[in-house]
Write a protein that binds this ligand. Sequence first.
Ligand SMILES: C[S@@+](CC[C@H](N)C(=O)[O-])C[C@H]1O[C@@H](n2cnc3c(N)ncnc32)[C@H](O)[C@@H]1O
Length: 398
Amino acid sequence: MNALLELARALCDEAGLEPSVVPDVHLRAALKRRQLICGAPTLEDYAARCVARPEERGEILDELLVRESWFFRDQAPYELLTALASTRWCNQDRPLRALSAPCANGEEAYSIAIALAEAGHSLSRLQVSALDLSQRGLKAAAAGRYEARALGQLPAPLRQRWLIPTATGHYLVHAALRECVQYQHANLLALPAALTAQRYQVLCCRNAMIYLRPAVRRRLLEQWMSCLADDGVLIVGHAEAALMPSRWLRPVGPPGAFAFEHAPVDAAPRRNAPPQARSAHPASRPPPQGPTRRPVAPAPLAEAAALADRGRYAPAAALLEQLLASDYDQVEALYLLGLVRAAEGDVAAARRCFTRALYLAPAHQASLEHLALLAPDGEDSAAARRLRRRSAHAAAPE
Ligand SMILES: C[S@@+](CC[C@H](N)C(=O)[O-])C[C@H]1O[C@@H](n2cnc3c(N)ncnc32)[C@H](O)[C@@H]1O
C-alpha cells in the first residue's frame, strides 16, 4: 500500500493540490476503488498493474479530482457577463474570448457561452476555451449531455433555448453552442503557451484555487493577470474572492458575482511586466481602498504569513502562538495557524484552530471552507455540507 500511497500523493503534488485537501483516507479509498474496478484480487496485484500500465496514473488522479459543477453556478456571475456583453463588449469587431479553467464537465464553459450569446453576440464571434486535468470531465464536456440536476440555476427560458431534452431524461447542449467551446487537457501548473498567449475578456477560474498550494495559487494569479484583457473580468469562486490581491484587482459587479477587473494602479502585473511574487494571505496584502478600508495588517501577522508561505511552518506557528497569547487579532491568527497546522499534517490541530476562529467570528468564510475540507467524515459528509452552506450564506450579498 505504501508505494501506491506514494504514487497517489505524487499525483496530487503534480496537480498542485494542498496536501491537507486530500488526506490519506481519501487516497486509500480511491486506490481501493480502482483496485476493484480493475478486478485486481489484492492491492499488490493492483500496484503491479499500475507499473505495467502507466495510463492507470490518470485513472487514479481522476478518482481524486472533485468535478462538482453545475450550470449557472452562483447565477450572479452570469448575469454580470450578460450585462457586460451588452455594454462594455458590445462595440468591438474582434472576437469575444473566454477561458474556463478548470471547466470540470463543461457546465461552466457552456454557461459562459450562453450568458454571452444571450446579450446578442453571434456564436461565430465567441471563442470559449476550456481546460481541465480530468480526462473524464473533458469527455463529458465534449459530449455536452447532462442529467437534469446538472442544470443547476440555469433559468428555464435559457434551458429551452440552449439545451435539448432527450428521450432518456438527459439534456443535450445545442450543437452550435458546443462548437464555440474548445476543450483541452491541461494542468493549471503548466498552462499551454497557446492559451496564455491570448487575452481574455472573460477568465473564469472558480472553485479550484482554494485547493491549490499557496505558492501555486500565487503563480497562477500572476499568470491570470497577464492573460486578462484590459477590459476583461476575472471570476473566481465565493471562497476565493477573499484571496484576490487588491493591489492588482478590484471588484466589479454585485458582490455575489465574485468578479474582478484590473485595478488602476501602476503595480498591477501586466503582459511583459512579470510581477514580484506576493503573498496570497490576507495578512500580507495591502488593505482595500475606499470606504471599506480596514486597518493595515499588523506586522507580526504578516511576518507569520510570509514564513508560512515559504514553508517555514515551525517558526510561523511559534510566532502565531505568541500572538495568540497576547491581545491580538485572534481570528486571523487562528485562521493562519490552522493553515500552518494543516500544512504540517496535524489535521486535528488545524480543525481546532478553525473551530476557535469560528467561535469568535461565526461567518469567517475561509475557516468555514477549510473546516469543511477537513471534516472528520470526509468533505462530502453531512457536517462538511453544513459548513459549506454556512460559508455560502456568509458569502451571500446582504
Ligand atoms: C470543483 S471543480 C470546479 C469546476 C468549475 N470551475 C466550477 O466552479 O463549477 C474543480 C476542477 O478543478 C480541476 N483541477 C484540479 N486541479 C487541477 C489542475 N492542477 N489543473 C487543471 N484542473 C485541475 C478538477 O479536475 C475539477 O474538475
